[in-house]
Design a protein around this ligand. Structure first.
Ligand SMILES: CC[C@H](C(=O)O)C(=O)SCCNC(=O)CCNC(=O)[C@H](O)C(C)(C)COP(=O)(O)OP(=O)(O)OC[C@H]1O[C@@H](n2cnc3c(N)ncnc32)[C@H](O)[C@@H]1OP(=O)(O)O
Length: 305
């Protein structure tokens, strides 16, 4: 049986509370061999559709930037990029100093979904389901990373690209950008977990409108329904990436174990029934109580005026 990266991490036994949380959440993955999902098999099929790349840049500050890079296809996901993304997520799962993540597209546009050339070749229903399970596993693990994540949307986020934005904690949109779940126009529904996550972000009424109408969501509408947190205004105040980094830095200021603990308690609150979420919160609390940041704050008698 193929072990997903999170499980391997758990078996190393390095993070008790988080390990127990992920164990309760099917070890971070939605599908395993129990569901007839063989990761190696679909990886091999996806690798047969190369093109583009997923770049990961980690900074000493604890911030990472993940770039979807296939500009000649408006950053559509080739098969090999799906595999790349899974590998980058594994890297981030093992990054002890990580606090924040920005997901962006190369060359001023976010992502135009799956590469239609690969999709055409994978269009038998069995392969389609396997690709869907693979991407759901990866995007679920992305959302569950113990760091605060932001999708920086410039240009277009279409189809699977729109779904990818929902696998981040926040969405920041550049002026003129669009998020559009175009699936209906393709004779499809979301398959990468986008609907399940969208309902939790904007509520079922809004989700139904966005998917049923394949609505072009501009920054104003996104702000109004709570899909986006902010529009990155401001000519002359740096690049959109710099503005996103500034926005995120407010929430990632502080020691990594504390920021990671914040993400973990919020995530367990979002995903678990109350009693389980409370138990997880207690476990996570135990990881920072009496820790270096806590002791330092107590010693300096910090005031919060
Ligand atoms: C679960 C996910 C879901 C699924 O697979 O089930 C999907 O994501 S389905 C894919 C949804 N996305 C689309 O249908 C996008 C289709 N493309 C467009 O609508 C346009 O290309 C657009 C709006 C992204 C850009 O339009 P624009 O006029 O600015 O540029 P071009 O059309 O000339 O595009 C440039 C170049 O990129 C290629 N391209 C764009 N998107 C894709 C894509 N998803 N797959 C493959 N190739 C894509 C486009 O064909 C052009 O290439 P060229 O060789 O110049 O023809």
């Amino acid at each position: 049986m193929v072990l997903c990266a999170v499980r391997q991490h758990l078996l190393r036994g390095s993070r008790g509370a988080w390990a127990r949380f992920l164990q309760r959440q099917s070890r971070g993955c939605v599908y395993s061999s129990v569901h007839g999902f063989q990761q190696e098999e679909i990886r091999e099929k996806l690798q047969a559709f190369p093109g583009g790349s997923i770049e990961l840049l980690t900074q000493e500050s604890g911030l990472a930037v993940l770039t979807i890079n296939y500009p000649s296809r408006m950053n559509a996901f080739s098969g090999s990029m799906m595999v790349d993304l899974e590998e980058r997520v594994s890297q981030l799962e093992g990054w002890a100093d990580g606090k924040g993540l920005i997901v962006q597209g190369a060359s001023g546009t976010f992502c135009s979904g799956s590469d239609l050339n690969a999709v055409r070749a994978l269009s038998n229903s069995q392969d389609g389901m396997k690709m869907c399970m693979f991407m759901q596993n990866t995007l679920t693990r992305l959302l569950r990373l113990p760091m605060i994540s932001v999708a920086l949307v410039e240009g277009r986020a279409l189809g699977g690209g729109a779904e990818l934005t929902t696998a981040c904690d926040f969405r920041l949109m550049a002026p003129g950008s669009v998020i559009q779940f175009v699936h209906k126009h393709m004779g499809l529904v979301t398959g990468w977990g986008g609907a399940a996550r969208l309902v939790r972000i904007v509520g079922s009424q809004n989700a139904l409108k966005l998917l049923g109408g394949a609505v072009k969501v501009d920054p104003d509408l996104a702000l109004q329904i709570g899909l986006a947190e902010e529009v990155l205004q401001g000519e002359g105040t740096g690049t959109p990436l710099q503005r996103a980094e500034n926005w995120l830095s407010v929430y990632t200021k502080g020691p990594a174990p504390v920021i990671q603990a914040v993400k973990k308690v919020v995530l367990s609150g979002r995903e678990l029934p109350l009693s389980e979420a409370l138990r997880t919160e207690k476990d996570v609390f135990g990881t920072v109580w009496g820790g270096p940041a806590n002791m330092q704050a107590l010693a300096s008698k910090s005031k919060h005026r």
